[in-house]
Every structure is written in C-alpha cells, then in structure tokens.
Design a protein around this ligand. Sequence first.
Ligand code: TRP
Length: 331
Amino acid sequence: MTGDKRTVFSAVQPSGNLTIGNYLGAIKNFSRFGEEYKTFFCVADLHAITVRQIPAELRKRTYETLALYIACGLSPEKNTIFVQSHVPEHTELAWLLNCYTMFGELSRMTQFKDKSAKHAQNINAGLFTYPALMAADILLYGTDIVPVGLDQKQHLELTRDIAIRFNQTYSDTFTVPEGYISTDTMKIMSLAEPTSKMSKSDENQNAVVYILDTKDDIIRKFKRAVTDSDSVVRYGEDKPGISNLMTIYRAFSGKTLEEIEREFSGRGYGDFKLAVGEAVADGLAPVRDEFARLIADKRYLEDVMKSGAEEAHYYARRMISKVKKKIGFVI
Ligand code: TRP
C-alpha cells in the first residue's frame, strides 16, 4: 500500500526492441491500473547489465523504453515512471535481500539456467542474483500487484518467499505481492516456429514482430507466418501456427475465437494472415506515432525521468530506513 491506495509495480529492461508479446503480455495491461492504484513503472537498466551492453545503445534504449511506456498509454501524471539506476535504494535493498535469498533458490531459476547457457563466457554474479534485485524493486514500494509476463512468474514467487522469510525473521515489513499475469495472451509464439515463444533475440527476424515495426514490415511478417497444410482457421493444439495467429488477432481485434473461426470459414489462410497483419499494424499505429513524437523530445523525457525518480525515491527511502532498523543497523 502507498498511502490509502493499493500499489502496482512493474519494470521492463531497456535491452532491446520490445515485441508484440511484451506489449500484450505486459505493457498494454499497465495502463488499466493508473486510475485506481498507485503505480510505479521502471526502466530496469540495472538488470540489463547482467549481460554485456554497448554503452551508447544502453543509453539510447533507456530513453526509448521510457518513451514507449508513455506511447503505450501510461501518462506521467497518473503513473510514476522512472529509471531504476536513478533511485539508488534499488541497489541498496538488493544487497540486503541477497542475504535473505538462498543459493539453492537462485540456482533453480530457469532464466538463470537459460541465460548462463546462452552467455557461457559471462556467467557473472549479477546474473545469478538478478532475482534479488527484482525482489528489491518490488518490495521497496509495498507493492500489492506486479503485472508481468509468464516468464517472470518464477522470479515473482521467489520475491514472495523472500518477503515472507524477512517478515518471519523480524516482523511484518514487506507486503507480499501478487502477480498479475494476463491469461488471454500469456504466450505469443514465434511466427516461424509456433511451438516456441516469440523472442526478440530470435535469429530469424521474420519470426518476431516488434511494437515499432512499420506497417509494411508487420504485414510482410504475418504473410510469411508458418501455418499448416490444411486451410481451416480453427483453434487447436494440432494447429499451433493458426492458433497463435488467432490469439494475436483476438488480442488486437477484441473478437472471440469463435467469431474469428466464423469470420474466416471458407476463406483461405492468405486472407486470414493479411487480416491479422492489418489488425496488428493498425492497433500499433497510434503507439508508433506517439513514440516518434516523444523520442524527438529528449528534454521532456528527461523531465519525466527526473520527477519520476524523485517521487520513487521518497517512498523507497522510507522503506530502506524501516528495513535497516529491523535488521539492527545503527541508523
Ligand atoms: N526481470 C523483468 C524482465 O526481464 C524486468 C523486471 C525487473 C521486473 N524488475 C522487475 C518486472 C520488477 C516486474 C517487477 O522482464
């Protein structure tokens, strides 16, 4: 809780272009909280350096991610939008929480296992303790609800365990947060290999649709999407390609799966793929336009970062003092 409002926290890493999976699974949902909740949305630059980043790129993407938040409908007046490294309490609490997080717990994190396999030359300690920093992000603000994609569920469960462990060791300190994982669009799959998740690091860039892709690119990618050898638009486990396209179309058009099946009954896959491409491109057009406007206005973005960080800092400081007292530090 923050004052008398329930609190929402989420973050996105500035480590690359965001896909429509990131958009549907996380960011698009963020804006629904602004009215009713106290909301914190963070650009997780500290998390990004657990894998090597090119400095100029990291800086650029930090601005871009912030602009994208706003372009996706998060107004800085209604939401606290900030950059993680601007609020030093994130790092401070992360160290403290490291001492309440078990080696065994961190070893079981599937993201750590995946990333260590992918970056075998750079399995650094930060990559390992990444979830303790994420727990710090969340717990600093007394967060009740964390909207995230399905891939972050395990980290969120660990955050809960850390909070409970700390509360039991001392006394009630942290709010134990709940995940908010959108169920209708939990997993957007690759357009080329619809049995694996759409991932920004996919070597086949035709398999991935980005929020900021042009209309032509989007339509081209959907036209090439892998389907199957019959020609019926129907949702089912035996039809992963078509089912994935239906999930995407449903999310962008608001139609139900039954309505989609009816709309395309007797029509070929070509028509269907074009309709999905157009729905996605049209749905993202306002985001793309607003992004272009914002990214050209660095001063404005810097003002947002600055006031967001000040606001976040105020709440974070209070939590840090409370935690340090409980642990027994002289403050
Ligand atoms: N780890 C998240 C991701 O890669 C980003 C993140 C960092 C986050 N801190 C968070 C998400 C706190 C939710 C809450 O997607």
